[in-house]
Design a protein around this ligand. Structure first.
Ligand SMILES: NC(=O)c1ccc[n+]([C@@H]2O[C@H](COP(=O)([O-])OP(=O)(O)OC[C@H]3O[C@@H](n4cnc5c(N)ncnc54)[C@H](OP(=O)(O)O)[C@@H]3O)[C@@H](O)[C@H]2O)c1
Length: 163
């Protein structure tokens, strides 16, 4: 059975996902959610996301899509494009889903391949420089589950959506 392909992301109200190579927020509840969902599966990410985390997260596979000369990614499989990334992730022994985990272009290329979207709406206006694809609500209209939370004054909505 092929692994299902899912996407996981946290977005600001205007679709921003980060600024200056980093997340624009520190939300431990969302970080724990990300870590626990992706554990046991395979993450597909870009080189700057790998560098932001500093290493592969434990107890899961990591595939980095990078061009030649974009650096070293110890502990990750390195491939040249999304279709190779999916093939390598499918061949890994981790039993969980494949997770498209960013950044901007990885989301743009990976989202059309996903059957589920795990999206955290973060009620914080930021000056972002990387964005999630704009059409995600139309592409994933069905809400499987939604849970509200907050961190201080920041409202959070954890949504699982499907096509
Ligand atoms: N909020 C969230 O859930 C979330 C999740 C992940 C990341 N982020 C944020 O997003 C930002 C990082 O994302 P990013 O888009 O800047 O970085 P990234 O996707 O990690 O890496 C971008 C690099 O990947 C290369 N690349 C992308 N697609 C490629 C492909 N198909 N083939 C070959 N190379 C490819 C690009 O090379 P070229 O420039 O040569 O095209 C570019 O240098 C940070 O701010 C991070 O915090 C947020």
């Amino acid at each position: 059975m092929p692994k299902p392909i899912h996407c996981i992301v946290a977005v600001a109200p205007d679709g921003a996902i980060g600024a200056g190579g980093r997340l624009a927020w520190d939300i431990p509840e969302d970080t724990r959610y990300f870590h626990s969902l992706t554990e046991g599966g395979v993450m597909i990410e870009g080189p700057l996301c790998y560098k932001e985390l500093g290493k592969p997260l434990p107890a899961r596979g990591t595939v980095v899509i990078a061009r030649a000369g974009q650096g070293e990614f110890p502990g990750a499989a390195v491939v040249a494009n999304m279709s190779e990334a999916i093939a390598v992730a499918q061949s890994m022994p981790w039993p969980g889903p494949i997770w498209i985990t960013g950044g901007e272009r990885i989301y743009a290329e990976g989202l059309p391949l996903c059957e589920r979207l795990y999206i955290t709406r973060v009620g914080m206006e930021i000056k972002g420089d990387r964005f999630f694809p704009k059409n995600w609500e139309e592409a994933f209209p069905t809400v499987i589950s939604q849970r509200f939370s907050r961190q201080g004054d920041t409202m959070l909505s954890f949504e699982v959506r499907t096509r």
